[in-house]
Design a protein around this ligand. Sequence first.
Ligand code: NAD
Ligand code: UDP
Length: 314
Amino acid sequence: MLHWQKRILVTGGAGFLGSHLCERLAAEENDVICLDNFFTGSKRNVAHLLDKPNFELLRHDLVQPILLEVDEIYNLACPASPVHYQYNPVKTVKTSVMGAINMLGLAKRVKAKILQASTSEVYGDPREHPQREAYWGHVNPIGRRACYDEGKRCAETLFFDYHRQNGVNIRVARIFNTYGPRMHPNDGRVVSNFIMQALNGKPITLYGDGLQTRSFCFVDDLIEGLMRLMAAPDDFTGPVNLGNPDEFSIKELAERIVRLTGSSSMFVHEPLPSDDPLQRRPDIRLAMERLDWRPGTPLEDGLGKTIRYFRGIL
Ligand code: NAD
Ligand code: UDP
């Protein structure tokens, strides 16, 4: 009989980050259960894993409870792009909050270690720069982004209450903008939008003046950070920032993508969406200290790999 290291559940496993995580966990001889309702993810993202004896794909909506015997849970299920999470905002809140309750209840019952994919959005439109984990954030609770931001904030609350009240072994990662192969080409996020526009010779849509900033982390670096957090000593719950501290304006990002693709696309300005954060950059000292982690992929290299992926699917 085959013997695997651990049985690991990845919710949202057929999505962008989830599919890379499943791939790494399966390659390291774990028995991986990928759970997804395919709202934004797709079977195609994990098709190359389906014939592995240590990989299972489960269609399930996390808003409903489920009982599985597992050692670890990575809770990633939740649409992550503004276009997708605002499509059905009530469902987004349900996925974050009821999904967290269902997964924390499972972790409590089977004594599994559980990691939450939280987000830099818990800092909202930050008044502190760069953002440290101790910052409580500046979030509009009734705006268009609130279904995601407040849903994720409430999920963090639930993680810490299950930890204090029931002794659940938790980890909370605050993920900053991550990009790479298998991003959904139409998810509206800036990296996928700009690459698709550049490759198709369409105008590059800069929202607002394009001077707002983001810090972009390549997917392989991020997955390494998540796995190190799961493997860290039990007294380290986080929250911990995971992201790349190199900060770029959206206009700079557009210029790089145009150069790397050799595109002749022009820039057009469109209105800035409401509550769009002006700047964002992680302070990653905690991750460096406690996880010995820092991202190693420069933006140009990561963009090169992502552009190759998008060329391949076009
Ligand atoms: P994604 O949209 O590609 O993946 C999310 C996955 O969750 C999809 O496969 C989707 O079908 C699934 N899902 C959604 N609702 C579900 C439900 N009710 N039941 C079961 N499955 C459901 O997004 P991603 O970029 O891979 O993000 C993964 C996680 O990481 C999310 O929780 C997101 O909030 C978090 N995160 C991502 C980023 C980023 O830059 N990519 C940044 C911060 C946080
Ligand atoms: N953005 C843009 N053009 C696009 C898509 C996004 O200028 O076609 C901007 C958006 O207004 C935001 C930044 O790029 O300031 C990052 O947007 P994204 O949706 O990727 O993620 P966010 O960090 O806002 O959740």
